[in-house]
Ligand binder design. Structure first.
Ligand SMILES: N[C@H](CCC[C@H](N)C(=O)O)C(=O)O
Length: 291
């Protein structure tokens, strides 16, 4: 009889993940679990898997590991960090409304906006954006010209490269609805300029001043929203003079508000987080029964 794992399905602006509390369940092969469980028909269906853990360090409270649907582990996930804040508070695991979350991209502080014991939204201090010339992405942090033109399928795609701990290439366009995101996004994700692959955002400034953004995520394909991608899009809009230091990013699954603080250079993202359902699932083949 294979061991079963209790999971919680959550979504932040439609970016949905399977959440497992590793205080209760240890998953020896999270890459495989993400690949198997994220599948829409034979699995739970999600953009990936998120493991919530405790930490034994004074400067952080909990930890997050995020795995894309293809099993690749990412450094950071903005939408999932908001959902973890709601998970920890509304499941009574913590009463704190300011939570320090350890990620592979450093410690991010979550501020829970609570009313009547419910987390209505979460503001995440996403730390500083890192601006690289894509071709020097590996290990360098030289600030250089940000606009880089890449060629995909015989077409030129000028964009801005911004890292939020994970890599993003933001392309502004006046015809967002005409772009074949599945085709172009997939080609650019694997472009030689990105040795670690890349998340690709397509954005258009709307008449109401908001930025409409659609995303092809590294390791997951088209998702309903990307939190780190929204941050990168807001930074790129400011860098290229399209917007100031505060933007509303409208994505397929919902909106987030991004502020790029002039005093500390940090990015603050505020957005929704929702429970979808709870469930149990067998560990994938090869997983030893653990807890
Ligand atoms: N696909 C991303 C990880 C998920 C980020 C996204 N879902 C977010 O909300 O930030 C990457 O490989 O860097």
């Amino acid at each position: 009889m294979k061991a079963k794992v209790h999971f919680t399905k959550m979504q932040g602006a439609g970016n949905d993940y399977i959440y497992v509390n590793t205080l209760l369940y240890n998953i020896a092969n999270p890459e495989e679990a993400a690949r198997v469980w994220s599948k829409p028909h034979t699995g739970i269906g999600s953009d990936g898997l998120v493991l919530i853990g405790e930490v034994d360090m004074p400067e952080a409270d909990y930890s997050m590991r995020i795995f894309n649907a293809d099993g690749s582990e990412a450094m950071m996930c903005g939408n999932a960090s908001r959902c973890i804040g709601k998970y920890l508070y509304e499941k009574g695991i913590t009463h704190k409304t300011d939570i320090r979350l350890l990620t592979k991209s450093g410690i991010k502080t979550l501020h829970l906006n609570v009313a009547h014991e419910r987390v209505c939204s979460v503001t995440v201090d996403m730390s500083e954006p890192k601006l690289y010339n894509t071709r020097q992405f590996i290990g360098s942090d030289n600030r250089s010209e940000q606009l880089i033109t890449l060629t995909a399928d015989g077409e030129d795609w000028p964009g801005t490269f911004v890292s939020m701990g994970n890599p993003h290439f933001v392309i502004f366009t006046e015809k967002l609805n005409q772009i074949d995101i599945a085709r172009i996004g997939n080609i650019l994700e694997h472009h030689e300029a990105f040795p670690e692959r890349c998340n690709i955002e397509f954005a258009q400034v709307m008449d109401n001043g908001h930025i409409r953004m659609r995303v092809w995520e590294r390791g997951s394909g088209i998702t309903m929203a990307c939190g780190t991608g929204a941050c990168a899009t807001a930074v790129a809009a400011a860098l290229t003079g399209r917007k100031g230091r505060e933007s509303v990013i409208e994505m397929d699954g919902g909106n987030v508000t991004i502020k790029w603080d002039e005093t500390n250079n940090h990015i603050y993202m505020t957005g929704p987080a929702e429970f979808v359902f709870e469930g149990e699932i067998e560990l994938p083949d090869g997983e030893p029964p653990t807890n």
